[in-house]
Design a protein around this ligand. Structure first.
Ligand code: CMC
Length: 429
């Protein structure tokens, strides 16, 4: 608690509110008693000034372009870490020792298969369904298949549900892809690391030997790390809000996936690549820059701008390096899309409109090019994001459930509809 207080003069009264300090980051004015004291609500559409919870998991300084998980900079985790190590860190607060890591890997690995009956569940979908639609349905259905880990008041069941979700998401995502392209499902292979196993489940076929390329597996591992958590973003807040009612974790994660699908959030990587394809060549960039600046045109440069980052997204820098590593490994020298992307980035970083509004490239600007080079079709991009973000959602959900002050989330509103009026029979309207 800070010594500072915030004073509010309102409706003839003086009110004082305590100010809370986090470890780092802005102070927070605690207005939880505001309604009781004044009878008024606060108004903050889009929650641009509202902290919805206490959290010890992730910190972002958007002005400085800093992202920390449990205090560790994303650059260090992406450079030296392994995705399951980052999962452990997000879930338990500390990096694992060697024994803890081995035990965690073992526990996750034992849950990689899905109930065999789920294969039939997949075949109920149309083959041309968007894989994110399939993800929403199948992940939501996990609560029907794993009912023995849906009691959220039992810490053991919470732990089992968490392991199950982290372990099964790559399997389900790969199944969504295989079903979409009409190939047989590939079972997980538990002696492979998380990223390699996922690549194999996506790209192996039963009739051929599949060798995982270690450079591509490292890139996949890094993509998973970069997307693992991002504090109280839209999908995480959705998971927390859904979970605040006591809903089971599988249902909450399905809600998070639905939110992530939107083009302003996780769907931006797919939208960014589609945009680069539409621009097609460097000479057409000025036309699209003009459109992005035109208030009467709904077009936006996908992969640019961020609610929190008003500086270069630190994840975008690492992603850019990964993109070059992957293209180098695959011998892709003259990728026209990369050429458009690099030129677009250069122009936007110097254009007055983008500079003034602090619109920098975000992670989605480069992730699409890398994922396409890895062999994924655009409609799988957000699916991969959801695989990686599952651990963040789970860690945030667990933190909320374990918070002794946790209550159901229930925002208020400024009602602007009709005042009270009387019902009129149809012949009098
Ligand atoms: N292209 C052109 N103009 C933009 C863009 C853009 N990409 N982004 C923001 N602006 C303008 C916007 O028109 C507004 O202008 P004005 O003040 O004149 O009305 C100003 O910048 C502020 O934009 P905003 O919409 O109020 O900002 P926001 O914080 O509500 O939205 C955003 C953030 C990410 C939704 C938005 O920047 C955007 O739509 N970007 C493109 C989609 C995208 O790349 N999303 C991925 C986000 S990163 C991955 C993730 O976390 O999911």
């Amino acid at each position: 608690m800070s010594k500072d207080t915030a004073k509010l003069s309102f409706s003839g009264g003086e009110h004082e509110f305590s100010v809370r300090e986090g470890t780092i980051g802005p102070s927070v004015i605690d207005i939880s008693s505001l309604y009781k004291e004044t009878g008024a609500f606060t108004y903050d559409p889009g929650f641009t000034s509202t902290a919805s919870c206490d959290s010890q998991i992730t910190f972002i300084d958007g002005d400085e372009g800093v992202l920390l998980h449990r205090g560790y900079p994303i650059e260090q985790l992406a450079e030296h870490g392994d995705f399951l190590e980052v999962c452990y860190l997000l879930l338990y607060g500390e990096l694992p020792t060697k024994t803890q890591k081995e035990d965690f890997d073992f526990r996750v690995t034992r849950h990689t298969m899905v109930h065999e009956q789920m294969n039939r569940f997949f075949t109920g979908f149309r083959r041309d369904a968007h894989p994110m639609a399939v993800m929403c349905g199948t992940v939501g259905a996990l609560s029907a298949f794993y009912h023995d880990s849906t009691d959220i008041s039992d810490p053991h069941q919470r732990m089992v549900a968490s392991m199950r979700m982290i372990a099964k998401m790559p399997t389900i995502a790969a199944m969504a892809y295989k079903y979409h392209i009409g190939q047989p499902f590939v079972y997980p292979q538990n002696d492979l690391d998380y990223a390699s196993n996922f690549l194999r489940m996506c790209f192996a076929v039963p009739c051929e030997e599949y060798k995982v390329n270690p450079v591509l597996a490292r890139a996949m591992n890094r993509i998973f790390i970069l997307h693992a958590d991002h504090e109280q973003n839209a999908s995480t807040s959705t998971v927390r809000l859904a979970g605040s009612s006591g809903a089971n974790p599988f249902a909450c994660i399905a809600a998070g996936i639905a939110c992530l699908w939107g083009p302003a959030h996780g769907g931006a990587n797919e939208a960014a690549l589609n945009m680069l394809a539409e621009i097609g060549s460097v000479d057409r960039i000025p036309e699209y820059i003009e459109r992005a600046k035109d208030k009467n045109d709904p077009f936006r440069l996908m992969g640019f701008g961020h609610r929190v980052y008003k500086n270069y997204d630190p994840r975008a820098k690492i992603m850019q390096k990964t993109t070059h590593e992957v293209l180098g490994e695959l011998g892709i020298k003259d990728d026209p899309m990369l050429e458009v992307a690099m030129e677009l980035e250069k122009i936007a970083l110097h254009d007055e409109y983008f500079v003034e509004k602090k619109l920098y490239p975000n992670i989605d600007f480069y992730s699409g090019i890398t994922l396409r080079a890895l062999g994924f079709p655009t409609n799988m991009f957000t699916v991969l994001f959801s695989v990686a973000r599952t651990v963040g959602w789970i860690a945030q959900w667990k933190e909320m459930i374990e918070d002794p002050h946790q209550r159901i989330g229930r925002p208020r509103q400024l009602y602007t509809g009709a005042p009270k009026r009387d019902y009129l029979p149809i012949n009098k309207r």
